[in-house]
Ligand binder design. Structure first.
Ligand code: FPP
Length: 247
């Protein structure tokens, strides 16, 4: 089916508000071509760029979150970790103007403390430069882990309790949610994972409670506009009852 027909079909039905992506399979994409893993990441960054542009231009949904680096990714070889950080920094420096002109607002989700200083600086500049934009809210999850996020909220709750500002009864689901690092984001409606593994790998945990999960064997560098539209179409065919009975 031509892309324009698929786009039209997907547009005709309710779209998610927040789509989050676990971008997996860069290494295998490279290996299959006899290339170094870093080349897979380079192609992966191009795939991310293509998708951001598509979602932004077509205004498909207002919140897009990309899981770029997990708290476990530090266990990779040092050269690969450094390559990923440099790739991200270059991406932000080179694409900031275009992103901003397209109305993209950039946010970062994760523990910034241990990131390289120059990456932190470019991220802060990009966040500041795009904070007034509202076409697409792009969140890059970087040094992020679902358990880290829940733990952060727990720490904040303990601190408030110690200060006498929070009682056990006052710590409702809503109050806890407001303490999460993801508090500003709507819950993801759809979580897509490429690369064939069917797990969340410590991505959104609390936030994923009612998300629709979509797994595809497509390796991340090959995940294109059509692949996204197919995921959206599948999402649109699902019944979301949030634990209620739908007669
Ligand atoms: C997983 O592939 C991918 C990553 C750990 C890095 C994701 C980063 C990018 C796509 C580039 C930067 C992103 C932006 C927002 C510009 P893998 O190495 O785990 O692949 P494998 O499972 O095949 O080994």
């Amino acid at each position: 089916m031509p892309l324009s027909d698929l786009l039209e079909e997907v547009r005709a039905r309710p779209l998610p508000r927040h789509v989050a992506l676990i971008m997996d399979g860069n290494g295998r994409w490279a290996k299959a071509r006899g290339l170094p893993r870093t080349e897979g990441h380079r192609q992966g960054a191009l795939a991310a760029e293509r998708l951001i542009r598509f979602v932004g231009n077509e205004k498909l949904f207002p919140y897009l979150t990309l899981f770029a680096f997990s708290t476990e990714n530090w266990n990779r070889p040092r050269e690969e970790v450094e390559f990923l950080f440099r790739l991200l920094e270059r991406f932000i420096r080179e694409k900031l103007r275009e992103l901003s002109e397209a109305g993209v607002r950039l946010s970062v989700l994760g523990d910034m403390a241990t990131l390289p200083r120059s990456l932190k600086r470019s991220l802060s500049e990009a966040i500041e430069a795009t904070k007034g934009n509202d076409t697409l809210h792009l969140t890059v999850a970087l040094n992020f882990g679902g358990r880290w996020a829940v733990l952060e909220a727990a720490r904040r709750a303990v601190a408030q309790a110690q200060a006498g500002e929070l009682s056990p009864e006052a710590l409702t689901e809503g109050a806890f949610q407001a303490l999460l690092p993801t508090a500003e984001l709507p819950e993801p409606d759809l979580i897509i994972r490429t690369g064939g593994h069917m797990r969340l790998s410590n991505f959104f945990l609390w936030e994923a409670a009612y998300a629709e999960l979509y797994f595809t064997p497509t390796l991340w560098p090959d995940f294109d506009e059509e692949a996204l539209l197919l995921a959206l179409r599948e999402f649109q065919g699902r019944t979301r009852n949030f634990g209620r009975v739908i007669a």
